[in-house]
Design a protein. Structure first.
Length: 166
């Protein structure tokens, strides 16, 4: 038996003898309920309506999978896919799309993220956290500018903030 095989065999033997703790083998994650995701979307939509904006709002889970999509009657045809893209981007990068916009301007080191498939680097996408854990993200599209989209998204999160600390 050569030295390499002996080393591998010894490593496997030692690994099999040491017990693994449960916290090393399982990952526990939190997620938004469909009801809370819908309430979040409604609150953001209501915030935009009160400002006179017709928008679409998307809520995704921590993996970027859409949970809720709401589109106001007169929101542009592009707004559902843009809102979903903003929410997916925020969840995927675990940061707001306005922050991603700021760090990825042409000539900057991270400029390439703008070319990644599915990434929408326009303000209006925010992460949703509970107890320090990412539980999802929200994307809003259709207001006059990413800052206005983001304001509606923030208002939606604030409307459910007390229910996020579960």
């Amino acid at each position: 038996m050569n030295v390499r095989c002996l080393s591998v065999a010894t490593t496997l033997l030692i690994a099999s003898m040491s017990p693994m703790r449960a916290d090393e083998t399982l990952v526990i994650s939190k997620s938004l309920t469909p009801e809370l995701a819908l309430d979040l979307a409604r609150a953001a939509l209501d915030s935009c309506r009160s400002r006179g904006y017709q928008v679409a709002v998307a809520i995704v889970d921590r993996s970027g999978v859409t949970q809720v999509m709401l589109r106001d009657r007169f929101a542009g045809a592009h707004t559902p896919s843009t809102a979903s893209g903003k929410a997916w981007t925020a969840a995927s990068f675990k940061t707001s799309t306005s922050e991603l916009n700021a760090i990825s301007q042409p000539g900057m080191m991270q400029a390439g993220i703008r070319n990644l498939p599915g990434a929408v680097i326009i303000g209006g996408g925010l992460t949703v956290e509970a107890g320090g854990s990412l539980v999802g993200a929200i994307g809003v599209s259709g207001a006059p500018g990413g800052d206005a989209d983001e304001a509606c998204a923030r208002a939606g999160i604030e409307a459910i903030r007390d229910r996020l600390e579960f």
